[in-house]
Design a protein around this ligand. Structure first.
Ligand code: ADP
Ligand code: MG
Length: 390
């Protein structure tokens, strides 16, 4: 019965539950600027779009959903936010990526304007929804009562260097580590405890203010940097008096660097190498997606497992579970409808089409032997303490 209660937290808008589930792709079209000409792009329905361009064939693409230029921040939340927060509350890991060329609306979609609640993007809306659900579940009586702890971290990745947006302003760059207990993690990254929606908003504000400072100082960098906001959710329930059930999940919100290839085009030698290092994570993301799709097809045909180059960039190493692993993943492909951007729009839609073919294997992260999990963590903590003494 308790499992049912938790299921009720979710509105299963997308039919997949546990097991193999495809990556969901939503296209968001931004409005044209006043000085831009329409015409690079045509929305055919709530799931189909096509590219119109002098240089390209008319190509039709199908997605899980297309949000047109008039779609509001609330519309995006209903399509790409609420159902995924609900999955996360059930104990699934969730990753939401915003992909697209610079100015296509990635940051608008993920963060939005934090001084205008009507223009809040996914992050503040998701966190508000999370704490509404938490206060409902914590307010229940009896065995259905749940208890939650929530933490958040916020990092920026630029030229393969990881910076903690919640840590000291002049903090050193951080390293990725991997061990059996924690999987892949960023060593020393601040994980801030969040008690309510107000705390959550403060984290989003602090992180994006730190990002914005960079933006005004070096505009180029901000469009080439990736930002990852992670929310860690743990819930406890007591089925019988002494058996604890712990569910732990994480929500990754990833505002990717601009996908345009202008830095690499025409560049040779040193300049090309530099451009590649700036966008190593984005290039590797594309390769991981292509190779995953091929590997999964080959596996279906009975072929041997293939190597996927997750470790070739920090982004794909950190987020490897989001691509082909234990996660429910959604990509918002942000595009401009302007004629001038038709080629970039076509390339974004092709990327999104490829990503849609990936199958993940999401499962509820549940541990009914809560004490064992706590003990394992305590052992790990003590090990680290010992190592630090050596
Ligand atoms: P990106 O992060 O992809 O580089 P931004 O989100 O910063 O792009 O968007 C560029 C500009 O366009 C911003 O001023 C933003 O407010 C505006 N914008 C983007 N998408 C929309 C939208 N759907 N509706 C209204 N304004 C938008
Ligand atoms: Mg941006």
């Amino acid at each position: 019965p308790r499992a049912n209660q938790i299921q009720q937290l979710g509105t299963d808008q997308y039919p997949e539950t546990q097991g193999k589930c495809p990556v969901t792709v939503v296209v968001r079209v931004r409005p044209v600027d006043s000085d831009e000409a329409h015409g690079g792009f045509q929305q055919l329905s709530t799931t189909h779009v096509s590219i119109l361009s002098a240089h390209e064939h008319l190509r039709e693409h199908e997605f899980d959903h297309v949000c047109g230029p008039k779609s509001s921040q609330q519309d995006i939340f209903e399509v790409a936010g609420r159902p995924f927060m609900d999955h996360c509350l059930q104990g699934f890991n969730v990753s939401l990526f915003a992909y697209g060329q610079t100015s296509a609306g990635k940051t608008h979609t993920m963060t939005g304007n934090l001084s205008d609640p009507g223009q809040f993007g996914l992050a503040p809306r998701l966190l508000e929804h999370l704490f509404l659900q938490i206060s409902e579940a914590e307010g229940r009586e009896g065995p259905d009562k749940l208890k939650f702890t929530v933490k958040a971290s916020y990092l920026e990745l630029y030229k393969e260097v990881i910076t903690d947006l919640l840590g000291p302003a002049d903090g050193a760059s951080l390293q990725l580590r991997e061990d059996l207990c924690n999987g892949v993690y960023v060593e020393g990254l601040t994980e801030q405890e969040i008690l309510n929606a107000g705390d959550a908003m403060a984290v989003v504000e602090q992180g994006s203010a730190r990002r914005r400072t960079n933006e005004t100082r070096m505009n180029q960098e901000s469009s080439r940097s990736h930002a990852v906001l992670t929310v860690y959710i743990e819930s406890w329930s007591r089925a019988d008096s002494d058996v604890e059930c712990i569910r732990s999940s994480r929500l990754n919100l990833i505002d990717l660097a601009g996908s345009e290839r202008n830095t690499a085009s025409g560049a040779t030698g040193e300049r090309l190498r530099e451009a590649c290092s700036i966008n190593q994570s984005l290039t590797t993301l594309g390769r991981v997606i292509s190779e995953l799709v091929e590997a999964q097809q080959a596996a279906q045909a009975g072929g041997a497992p293939r190597h996927i180059p997750y470790r070739d960039s920090r982004l794909t190493f950190l987020l490897q579970d989001s691509l082909g692993g234990n996660s429910k993943t959604l990509i918002v492909a942000c595009v401009s409808p302007a004629e001038a951007h038709a080629a970039e729009t076509a390339s974004t839609l092709e990327f999104a089409q490829r990503a849609k073919r990936i199958r993940n294997r999401a499962r509820i992260n549940r541990d009914t032997r809560g004490d064992e999990q706590l003990l394992r963590r305590e052992i790990e903590r003590l090990k680290r303490e010992l190592e630090a003494r050596d």
